[in-house]
Design a binder for this molecule. Structure first.
Ligand code: NAP
Length: 286
Protein backbone atom coordinates (compact mmCIF):
# COMPACT_ATOMS: atom_id res chain seq x y z
CA UNK A 1 0.00 0.00 0.00
CA UNK A 2 1.31 3.40 -0.99
CA UNK A 3 0.62 6.63 0.87
CA UNK A 4 -0.06 9.45 -1.58
CA UNK A 5 1.94 12.08 0.26
CA UNK A 6 0.43 15.55 -0.09
CA UNK A 7 3.25 17.16 1.85
CA UNK A 8 5.90 15.83 -0.52
CA UNK A 9 3.93 16.84 -3.63
CA UNK A 10 3.09 20.29 -2.23
CA UNK A 11 6.81 20.94 -1.61
CA UNK A 12 7.62 19.80 -5.17
CA UNK A 13 4.92 22.02 -6.74
CA UNK A 14 5.87 25.01 -4.57
CA UNK A 15 9.50 24.66 -5.67
CA UNK A 16 8.36 24.70 -9.32
CA UNK A 17 6.24 27.83 -8.81
CA UNK A 18 9.03 29.52 -6.84
CA UNK A 19 11.47 28.97 -9.66
CA UNK A 20 9.03 30.65 -12.10
CA UNK A 21 8.39 33.53 -9.70
CA UNK A 22 12.15 33.97 -9.17
CA UNK A 23 12.53 34.24 -12.96
CA UNK A 24 9.80 36.87 -13.15
CA UNK A 25 11.41 38.94 -10.41
CA UNK A 26 14.87 38.53 -11.95
CA UNK A 27 13.45 40.22 -15.07
CA UNK A 28 12.57 43.25 -12.93
CA UNK A 29 8.83 42.58 -13.09
CA UNK A 30 6.43 42.67 -10.15
CA UNK A 31 5.56 39.45 -8.32
CA UNK A 32 2.19 37.73 -8.89
CA UNK A 33 -0.35 38.97 -6.35
CA UNK A 34 -3.03 36.90 -4.59
CA UNK A 35 -5.70 38.51 -2.41
CA UNK A 36 -7.98 36.80 0.10
CA UNK A 37 -11.25 38.29 1.30
CA UNK A 38 -12.59 36.95 4.57
CA UNK A 39 -15.91 38.02 6.05
CA UNK A 40 -16.43 37.21 9.74
CA UNK A 41 -14.34 35.30 12.23
CA UNK A 42 -14.95 31.60 11.52
CA UNK A 43 -11.82 29.95 13.02
CA UNK A 44 -11.44 27.32 10.25
CA UNK A 45 -11.66 30.03 7.56
CA UNK A 46 -9.18 32.24 9.44
CA UNK A 47 -6.70 29.36 9.67
CA UNK A 48 -7.15 28.56 5.99
CA UNK A 49 -6.64 32.17 4.85
CA UNK A 50 -3.54 32.55 7.04
CA UNK A 51 -2.15 29.30 5.68
CA UNK A 52 -2.68 30.45 2.07
CA UNK A 53 -0.87 33.72 2.80
CA UNK A 54 2.05 31.90 4.45
CA UNK A 55 2.47 29.46 1.54
CA UNK A 56 2.17 32.26 -1.06
CA UNK A 57 4.79 34.43 0.62
CA UNK A 58 7.16 31.49 1.09
CA UNK A 59 7.51 31.21 -2.71
CA UNK A 60 7.58 34.92 -3.53
CA UNK A 61 3.90 35.41 -4.41
CA UNK A 62 2.63 38.66 -2.90
CA UNK A 63 -0.29 38.08 -0.58
CA UNK A 64 -2.85 40.54 0.81
CA UNK A 65 -5.90 40.04 2.96
CA UNK A 66 -9.13 41.94 3.52
CA UNK A 67 -10.68 40.87 6.81
CA UNK A 68 -14.21 42.25 7.03
CA UNK A 69 -16.61 42.34 9.91
CA UNK A 70 -19.28 39.60 10.19
CA UNK A 71 -21.97 42.28 9.70
CA UNK A 72 -20.56 43.52 6.36
CA UNK A 73 -23.42 44.29 3.95
CA UNK A 74 -23.86 42.81 0.47
CA UNK A 75 -23.28 46.24 -1.10
CA UNK A 76 -20.06 46.87 0.85
CA UNK A 77 -18.71 43.48 -0.19
CA UNK A 78 -19.75 44.10 -3.81
CA UNK A 79 -17.92 47.43 -3.67
CA UNK A 80 -14.70 45.70 -2.56
CA UNK A 81 -15.11 43.13 -5.35
CA UNK A 82 -15.50 45.90 -7.93
CA UNK A 83 -12.33 47.50 -6.57
CA UNK A 84 -10.39 44.22 -6.79
CA UNK A 85 -11.71 43.61 -10.33
CA UNK A 86 -10.35 46.99 -11.44
CA UNK A 87 -7.03 46.81 -9.57
CA UNK A 88 -4.35 45.89 -12.12
CA UNK A 89 -1.92 44.90 -9.36
CA UNK A 90 -4.22 42.02 -8.33
CA UNK A 91 -3.81 38.84 -10.40
CA UNK A 92 -6.25 36.69 -8.50
CA UNK A 93 -8.44 36.76 -5.45
CA UNK A 94 -10.60 34.46 -3.46
CA UNK A 95 -13.66 35.20 -1.37
CA UNK A 96 -13.44 32.70 1.46
CA UNK A 97 -16.58 30.54 1.74
CA UNK A 98 -18.89 30.01 3.49
CA UNK A 99 -20.07 33.61 3.77
CA UNK A 100 -22.31 34.74 6.62
CA UNK A 101 -25.95 33.77 6.00
CA UNK A 102 -27.18 37.32 5.19
CA UNK A 103 -24.90 37.50 2.13
CA UNK A 104 -25.92 36.10 -1.27
CA UNK A 105 -23.03 33.74 -2.11
CA UNK A 106 -24.01 33.15 -5.76
CA UNK A 107 -24.24 36.88 -6.51
CA UNK A 108 -20.84 37.45 -4.90
CA UNK A 109 -19.19 34.61 -6.86
CA UNK A 110 -20.74 35.89 -10.10
CA UNK A 111 -19.41 39.41 -9.42
CA UNK A 112 -15.78 38.20 -9.39
CA UNK A 113 -13.96 38.95 -12.67
CA UNK A 114 -13.56 35.42 -14.18
CA UNK A 115 -9.98 36.29 -15.19
CA UNK A 116 -9.14 36.78 -11.49
CA UNK A 117 -11.25 33.89 -10.18
CA UNK A 118 -8.36 31.69 -9.02
CA UNK A 119 -10.78 29.56 -6.97
CA UNK A 120 -12.45 28.59 -10.28
CA UNK A 121 -15.96 28.95 -8.83
CA UNK A 122 -17.33 31.47 -11.37
CA UNK A 123 -19.83 29.95 -13.85
CA UNK A 124 -17.65 31.19 -16.73
CA UNK A 125 -14.70 29.16 -15.43
CA UNK A 126 -16.89 26.12 -14.78
CA UNK A 127 -18.12 26.45 -18.39
CA UNK A 128 -14.57 26.78 -19.77
CA UNK A 129 -13.57 23.72 -17.72
CA UNK A 130 -16.46 21.67 -19.16
CA UNK A 131 -15.44 22.80 -22.66
CA UNK A 132 -11.85 21.73 -21.96
CA UNK A 133 -10.58 25.30 -22.59
CA UNK A 134 -7.02 25.75 -21.31
CA UNK A 135 -7.85 29.24 -20.00
CA UNK A 136 -10.18 27.79 -17.35
CA UNK A 137 -9.19 28.10 -13.73
CA UNK A 138 -9.85 24.61 -12.41
CA UNK A 139 -11.30 24.68 -8.86
CA UNK A 140 -8.39 24.22 -6.45
CA UNK A 141 -9.36 20.91 -4.79
CA UNK A 142 -10.17 18.97 -8.01
CA UNK A 143 -7.01 20.49 -9.55
CA UNK A 144 -5.05 19.15 -6.56
CA UNK A 145 -6.59 15.67 -6.95
CA UNK A 146 -5.57 15.62 -10.63
CA UNK A 147 -2.02 16.59 -9.62
CA UNK A 148 -1.87 13.71 -7.13
CA UNK A 149 -3.05 11.19 -9.76
CA UNK A 150 -0.68 12.63 -12.39
CA UNK A 151 2.43 12.91 -10.23
CA UNK A 152 2.01 9.45 -8.70
CA UNK A 153 1.33 7.96 -12.18
CA UNK A 154 -1.96 6.42 -11.11
CA UNK A 155 -3.54 4.91 -14.24
CA UNK A 156 -7.04 6.29 -14.80
CA UNK A 157 -7.85 5.52 -18.46
CA UNK A 158 -10.62 2.93 -18.66
CA UNK A 159 -10.81 2.69 -14.86
CA UNK A 160 -14.08 2.76 -12.92
CA UNK A 161 -14.19 5.80 -10.63
CA UNK A 162 -16.74 6.45 -7.89
CA UNK A 163 -17.05 10.08 -6.84
CA UNK A 164 -19.05 10.43 -3.63
CA UNK A 165 -20.43 13.97 -3.37
CA UNK A 166 -21.64 16.39 -6.05
CA UNK A 167 -20.76 19.84 -4.70
CA UNK A 168 -19.76 22.52 -7.20
CA UNK A 169 -16.35 22.88 -5.55
CA UNK A 170 -15.33 19.20 -5.41
CA UNK A 171 -17.62 16.36 -6.56
CA UNK A 172 -19.05 17.84 -9.76
CA UNK A 173 -15.81 19.27 -11.20
CA UNK A 174 -13.72 16.19 -10.37
CA UNK A 175 -16.35 13.96 -12.03
CA UNK A 176 -16.09 16.08 -15.19
CA UNK A 177 -12.28 16.16 -15.13
CA UNK A 178 -11.99 12.40 -14.63
CA UNK A 179 -14.32 11.65 -17.55
CA UNK A 180 -12.61 14.00 -20.06
CA UNK A 181 -10.33 12.79 -22.83
CA UNK A 182 -7.15 13.72 -20.93
CA UNK A 183 -4.51 12.07 -18.80
CA UNK A 184 -5.41 11.74 -15.92
CA UNK A 185 -8.97 11.23 -17.13
CA UNK A 186 -10.63 8.88 -19.62
CA UNK A 187 -12.27 7.11 -16.68
CA UNK A 188 -15.79 5.75 -16.42
CA UNK A 189 -17.22 7.89 -13.64
CA UNK A 190 -20.20 7.29 -11.38
CA UNK A 191 -21.23 10.25 -9.26
CA UNK A 192 -22.93 9.36 -5.98
CA UNK A 193 -24.88 11.64 -3.65
CA UNK A 194 -27.25 11.52 -0.71
CA UNK A 195 -30.13 10.19 -2.82
CA UNK A 196 -28.06 7.34 -4.27
CA UNK A 197 -29.28 3.93 -3.13
CA UNK A 198 -26.29 1.90 -4.34
CA UNK A 199 -23.26 3.67 -2.83
CA UNK A 200 -21.67 0.51 -1.40
CA UNK A 201 -22.32 -1.53 -4.53
CA UNK A 202 -20.77 1.12 -6.83
CA UNK A 203 -17.77 1.65 -4.53
CA UNK A 204 -17.09 -2.09 -4.34
CA UNK A 205 -16.97 -2.21 -8.14
CA UNK A 206 -14.66 0.85 -8.44
CA UNK A 207 -10.93 1.03 -9.10
CA UNK A 208 -10.71 4.56 -7.69
CA UNK A 209 -12.90 6.13 -5.00
CA UNK A 210 -12.93 9.90 -4.50
CA UNK A 211 -14.72 10.70 -1.24
CA UNK A 212 -16.01 14.27 -0.78
CA UNK A 213 -18.96 13.92 1.58
CA UNK A 214 -18.07 15.69 4.81
CA UNK A 215 -18.80 12.73 7.12
CA UNK A 216 -16.09 11.18 9.29
CA UNK A 217 -15.24 7.57 8.33
CA UNK A 218 -18.09 7.37 5.79
CA UNK A 219 -16.14 5.00 3.52
CA UNK A 220 -15.53 1.76 5.41
CA UNK A 221 -13.41 -1.29 4.55
CA UNK A 222 -16.44 -3.34 3.44
CA UNK A 223 -17.11 -0.76 0.68
CA UNK A 224 -13.66 -1.03 -0.89
CA UNK A 225 -12.29 -3.70 -3.22
CA UNK A 226 -8.73 -5.02 -2.81
CA UNK A 227 -6.22 -2.88 -4.69
CA UNK A 228 -8.40 0.20 -5.07
CA UNK A 229 -6.99 3.75 -5.02
CA UNK A 230 -8.61 6.05 -2.46
CA UNK A 231 -8.63 9.84 -2.57
CA UNK A 232 -10.01 11.22 0.68
CA UNK A 233 -11.11 14.85 0.36
CA UNK A 234 -12.98 15.10 3.66
CA UNK A 235 -11.92 17.47 6.41
CA UNK A 236 -14.05 16.77 9.46
CA UNK A 237 -13.19 18.41 12.78
CA UNK A 238 -14.32 16.22 15.67
CA UNK A 239 -13.25 16.98 19.27
CA UNK A 240 -10.36 19.12 18.05
CA UNK A 241 -9.01 16.43 15.70
CA UNK A 242 -9.20 16.28 11.91
CA UNK A 243 -10.63 13.19 10.21
CA UNK A 244 -11.22 12.35 6.57
CA UNK A 245 -14.30 10.81 4.97
CA UNK A 246 -12.54 7.43 4.87
CA UNK A 247 -11.91 5.01 7.75
CA UNK A 248 -8.18 5.14 7.04
CA UNK A 249 -7.14 2.56 9.64
CA UNK A 250 -9.26 -0.25 8.18
CA UNK A 251 -9.39 0.85 4.52
CA UNK A 252 -5.66 1.49 3.98
CA UNK A 253 -4.56 -2.17 4.29
CA UNK A 254 -6.87 -3.11 1.38
CA UNK A 255 -5.70 -0.34 -0.97
CA UNK A 256 -3.06 0.03 -3.63
CA UNK A 257 -2.75 3.71 -2.66
CA UNK A 258 -4.50 6.20 -0.37
CA UNK A 259 -4.29 9.88 0.63
CA UNK A 260 -4.02 10.53 4.38
CA UNK A 261 -5.99 13.21 6.26
CA UNK A 262 -4.36 15.48 7.19
CA UNK A 263 -1.38 15.50 4.85
CA UNK A 264 -3.16 14.64 1.60
CA UNK A 265 -5.54 16.56 -0.66
CA UNK A 266 -5.76 19.64 1.61
CA UNK A 267 -2.15 20.68 1.01
CA UNK A 268 -2.61 20.34 -2.74
CA UNK A 269 -5.69 22.59 -2.61
CA UNK A 270 -3.43 25.41 -1.45
CA UNK A 271 -0.72 24.79 -4.05
CA UNK A 272 -3.41 24.67 -6.78
CA UNK A 273 -4.52 28.13 -5.77
CA UNK A 274 -0.93 29.32 -6.11
CA UNK A 275 -0.63 27.59 -9.51
CA UNK A 276 -3.81 29.37 -10.61
CA UNK A 277 -2.44 32.71 -9.38
CA UNK A 278 0.74 32.24 -11.41
CA UNK A 279 -1.36 31.20 -14.42
CA UNK A 280 -3.51 34.33 -14.07
CA UNK A 281 -0.37 36.49 -13.92
CA UNK A 282 1.07 34.79 -17.02
CA UNK A 283 -2.21 35.08 -18.98
CA UNK A 284 -2.24 38.83 -18.26
CA UNK A 285 1.34 39.21 -19.55
CA UNK A 286 0.68 37.26 -22.75
P1 NAP B 1 -20.90 19.53 0.54
O1 NAP B 1 -21.12 20.72 -0.33
O2 NAP B 1 -21.56 19.44 1.86
O3 NAP B 1 -21.27 18.23 -0.33
C1 NAP B 1 -21.31 16.99 0.25
C2 NAP B 1 -21.82 15.99 -0.76
O4 NAP B 1 -21.89 14.72 -0.14
C3 NAP B 1 -23.22 16.33 -1.29
O5 NAP B 1 -23.24 16.22 -2.69
C4 NAP B 1 -24.09 15.28 -0.63
O6 NAP B 1 -25.19 14.88 -1.42
C5 NAP B 1 -23.14 14.13 -0.47
N1 NAP B 1 -23.58 13.24 0.58
C6 NAP B 1 -23.95 13.55 1.86
N2 NAP B 1 -24.36 12.46 2.52
C7 NAP B 1 -24.23 11.43 1.66
C8 NAP B 1 -24.51 10.05 1.73
N3 NAP B 1 -25.00 9.49 2.85
N4 NAP B 1 -24.26 9.27 0.64
C9 NAP B 1 -23.77 9.81 -0.49
N5 NAP B 1 -23.50 11.12 -0.62
C10 NAP B 1 -23.73 11.91 0.43
O7 NAP B 1 -19.34 19.31 0.82
P2 NAP B 1 -18.03 19.74 -0.01
O8 NAP B 1 -17.87 21.21 0.07
O9 NAP B 1 -18.02 19.06 -1.33
O10 NAP B 1 -16.92 19.07 0.92
C11 NAP B 1 -16.91 17.69 1.18
C12 NAP B 1 -15.83 17.40 2.21
O11 NAP B 1 -14.57 17.79 1.66
C13 NAP B 1 -15.96 18.19 3.51
O12 NAP B 1 -15.44 17.40 4.57
C14 NAP B 1 -15.05 19.38 3.30
O13 NAP B 1 -14.57 19.93 4.51
C15 NAP B 1 -13.95 18.75 2.51
N6 NAP B 1 -13.21 19.67 1.66
C16 NAP B 1 -11.86 19.53 1.69
C17 NAP B 1 -11.09 20.32 0.88
C18 NAP B 1 -9.61 20.11 0.91
O14 NAP B 1 -8.86 21.01 0.58
N7 NAP B 1 -9.15 18.91 1.28
C19 NAP B 1 -11.65 21.28 0.05
C20 NAP B 1 -13.06 21.38 0.01
C21 NAP B 1 -13.82 20.55 0.82
P3 NAP B 1 -26.41 15.88 -1.80
O15 NAP B 1 -25.88 16.74 -2.93
O16 NAP B 1 -27.49 14.98 -2.21
O17 NAP B 1 -26.71 16.69 -0.57
Amino acid sequence: MQILDGKFLAAQIKAEIKSEVDNIIAQGKRAPHLVAVLVGSDPASQTYVKSKAKHAESIGIRSSEFILDESTSQSDLMELIEKLNKDNSVDGYIVQLPLPKHLDESKIIEAVDPSKDVDGFHPVNLGLMVAGNSKAFIPATPFGIMEILKRYNIPTAGKKVAVIGRSLIVGTPISILMSRNTEPGNATVTMLHSKSTNVKEVCLDSDIIIAAIGKKNFVTADMVKEGAVIIDVGINRVDGKIYGDVDFEHVAPKCAAITPVPGGVGLLTITSLLQNTLKSYQLKQS
